[in-house]
Design a protein around this ligand. Sequence first.
Ligand code: E4P
Length: 226
Amino acid sequence: MRLIVDSADTEKIRKMFEYYPVSGVTTNPTILTKSGKKPYEVLREIRGIIGPETDLHVQTLGEDADEIVHEATVIKRMLGEKTFVKIPVTREGIKAIRICAQRFGHITGTAVYSTAQAYLAAEAGADYIAPYVNRIDDLSQNGVEVTKKIQNILGQYAGKTRMLAASFRNVHQVIELAEYGVYSATVDPDIIERMLTNDSVDAAIAKFSADMTSAYGEQMVMTHTD
Ligand code: E4P
C-alpha cells in the first residue's frame, strides 16, 4: 500500500521524505490553514520539497461545477502535471469531475462517506477515491468496512480508479486496510511515526547493544573489524 503524507507542515513533510517510504502529499483546506501561510505559498514550498514528479493532492472549494473546474485549472497551472485536484463528491462535484476527467485527468474524489458516492465518482472518471475512514467511524459506522466495500467496487474499474483511503486516527485502521490490499492511504505524520513506537523493540535493541558492551568492554558497532 502506498503511503501518502496528509499534512502541509513543511518540516514534517521534509522529515517524512527523508526517513520513510512515502510517495506523495495530500492537503485539504483545513490542513492548509494550519500552516499559517497563504495557500499557494505553502503549496509551492511543498512542491519544491517533493519535486515535480511526486503526487500532490490539492482540494477545491467552489460550490458549483463551473467554479470547481476553474479552480482545478488554476491548481494544475500553479502546481504542475503531477498535481491531483481533490473534488468533493457532491452533485456539483460529480459534474466537475466529469468535465475535469475529460480535460486533464488527475482527479481525486474526496469527502467520501459512502459506497454510493465512491461508485458515482469512479463512474464519473476520478482517478482516486478518498473515503474518510475515521469520520465514518465518528458517525457510528465502520470506516474500515465501508472502505473495504469501496475497494470491492473499484475492482470493477480495472485499476483506472484507485483507493486513497483518508482520515485516520490510529495505526490499526491503516494496517487493516494495508492487509486488505488497498492501493494507497494518506496518513498524518504523527501516526506514521507511531507505526514504529514499540517499547519491546527498543528493549530488544538495547539488550543486543548491552550484550556486546559486556562481552568486549566497549560500545560496539560492526565497523570495528579488529
Ligand atoms: C485527506 O486529505 C482528507 O482531507 C483527510 O485525511 C481528512 O482527515 P481528518 O478526518 O483527520 O481531518
